[in-house]
Design a protein around this ligand. Structure first.
Ligand SMILES: NC(=O)c1ccc[n+]([C@@H]2O[C@H](COP(=O)([O-])OP(=O)(O)OC[C@H]3O[C@@H](n4cnc5c(N)ncnc54)[C@H](O)[C@@H]3O)[C@@H](O)[C@H]2O)c1
Length: 456
């Protein structure tokens, strides 16, 4: 089949490359000249594991092409739209400028029977508006507009795209459903269920799913706060909850609050949609508010770890991306955290394996370092903000030697209390008991306790 993918970002590029890998002929179109030039040179402008090989193989085999202009789009069996739908500045509604811009641009070029598929996350009713624009521009055409929201996770995007839990297809038109089913046929053969629903239902499924995931994260974060008050361990609580199949273990990891390019903007946009329709989503409203406060509040944990003041102190923040295995720093919890640390007078040094260039415009007052150890040099505390694999097994002895004080604040709960105790760090995590640093090393303590009580 001939597939056109408009927007070659995280979703468009991964989806386009995977469709090409299924055997379709795919043209990825993007307005960003630099991005298209890079892709044509074989350079992948985003960090996503496995994507370099996937793009290279399919380009070499002639199934994947890149272009800036949607010329040739008239031959496509399906035209996917995967451009950004960021939060609109000022009111939090999804900004649909890019979506409608694309639709107006491609309308005159589409075949009269084109199937236009919205893969971007768009508010309920956007498909209706796209259809209206197409009818206005091409009154005689028989085009169909389908909603096909994407659920991939950055960092595991190729696996997710090729092993979806479900493929949601929103359309009441049999021909449109058949075309989209054919595009996804290899997955369908692997038994990924296709959920045929109405277009508005498909649009809402995506938002409802993201709002629910955000709720799960926020719920466990609040339970973590309670754990800190009552001396319980949130990881054990989460495990005890998650083993119940009705609840499930995923998205029950306490941390610094959800971030990224989707959950924050999508929860806000869903709330706005509900307001427009006079419906109330009080749970989602609370989730968004609680999460907003949480990210900056994480700075208080760092202040507590340094006995009440961080003015003039040096803090090493490890991790700037909102999750590991991506270079995406959009709405990353590290950004408000570091801003708060700067506001409180701390000097911040930081290292991230992939996200430093993206973070720089948002965080100008940071000393960027080329390794975790370089960031920790002379630091009064190390804060683990993203659970990159390489931060999971830091050489604690080495860290203690190079840091000014042995203090670790683990916002991702990736270390065990006993290893921190052995390494003699002051260790604060999220929703778990603190570990105190002992001024006398553990070995000396043991010696001391062997002395007769009377001598003591
Ligand atoms: N990133 C994710 O993990 C994820 C997951 C599921 C759904 N989504 C949704 O998918 C959509 C895309 O997200 P993304 O993260 O890939 O965005 P992105 O910002 O990485 O990519 C969007 C691309 O669209 C291009 N573009 C904008 N206007 C264009 C036009 N008129 N013609 C051609 N190209 C144009 C931009 O240059 C950019 O390269 C959003 O609606 C998002 O909510 C994202």
């Amino acid at each position: 089949m001939q597939v056109t993918m408009i927007g070659a970002g995280y979703v468009g590029l991964v989806s386009g490359a995977c469709f090409a890998d299924f055997g379709h002929h795919v043209t990825c179109i993007d307005k960003d000249a630099g991005r298209i030039a890079a892709l044509r040179r074989g350079h992948i402008p985003i960090f996503e594991p496995g994507l370099v090989d996937l793009v290279e193989t399919n380009t070499r085999q002639g199934r994947l092409e890149f272009a800036m202009e949607p010329t040739g789009i008239g031959d496509a069996d399906a035209v996917f739209i995967a451009v950004g739908t960021p939060s609109r500045r000022g009111d939090g509604h999804a900004d649909l400028t890019y979506i409608y811009g694309v639709v107006r641009e491609i309308a005159p070029l589409l075949s009269p029977t084109a199937i236009v598929v919205t893969k971007s996350t768009v508010p309920i009713g956007t498909g209706d508006e796209i259809e209206r624009i197409l009818r206005e521009e091409r009154p005689d055409a028989e085009m169909q507009v389908v909603s096909n929201p994407e659920f991939l996770r950055e960092g595991a995007a190729i696996y997710d795209f090729k092993h979806p839990d479900r493929i949601v297809v929103g359309s009441d038109d049999a021909r449109a459903r058949a075309v989209v089913a054919e595009v996804y046929r290899p997955l369908y053969l692997n038994a990924a269920p296709i959920l045929n629903v109405s277009r508005r239902t498909a649009e809402l499924i995506k938002y409802a799913a993201n709002a629910f995931l955000a709720t799960k994260i926020t719920f466990i974060n609040e339970i973590a706060d309670l754990c800190e008050c009552v001396g319980a361990d949130v990881q054990d609580v989460a495990r005890g909850m998650g083993l119940d199949n009705r609840i499930g273990a995923k998205f029950l990891h306490a941390g610094p609050g959800f971030g990224g390019s989707c959950l924050p903007k999508d929860t806000t946009a869903l709330i706005k949609t509900a307001h427009d329709y006079g419906a109330q989503l009080r749970i989602v409203e609370t989730v968004a508010a609680v999460n907003d406060q949480r990210k900056r509040a994480m700075a208080r944990k760092v202040v507590a770890a340094l006995d009440g003041s961080i003015r003039g102190r040096t803090i090493a923040v490890l991790g700037l991306t909102f999750k590991p295995n991506t270079d995406d720093t959009r709405d990353s919890p590290s950004i408000p955290l570091i801003t708060a640390l700067n506001d409180l007078g701390a000097v911040v040094r930081s290292y991230d394996p992939a996200g430093m260039e993206q973070a720089k415009p948002h965080l100008p007052n940071v000393i960027y370092c080329d390794s975790a150890y370089a960031a920790a040099e002379g630091a009064d505390a190390v804060v683990i903000a993203t659970e990159w694999e390489q931060f999971r097994a830091l050489d604690l002895e080495r860290l203690r030697r190079i840091m000014a004080r042995p203090v670790i604040v683990d916002l991702r709960n990736i270390y065990r209390a006993d290893e921190m105790q052995r390494a003699n760090f002051r260790y604060l995590a999220v929703g778990r008991p603190d570990v105190e640093h002992s001024p006398t090393p553990p070995a000396a303590n043991r010696q001391k306790s062997k002395r007769p009580a009377a001598v003591e």
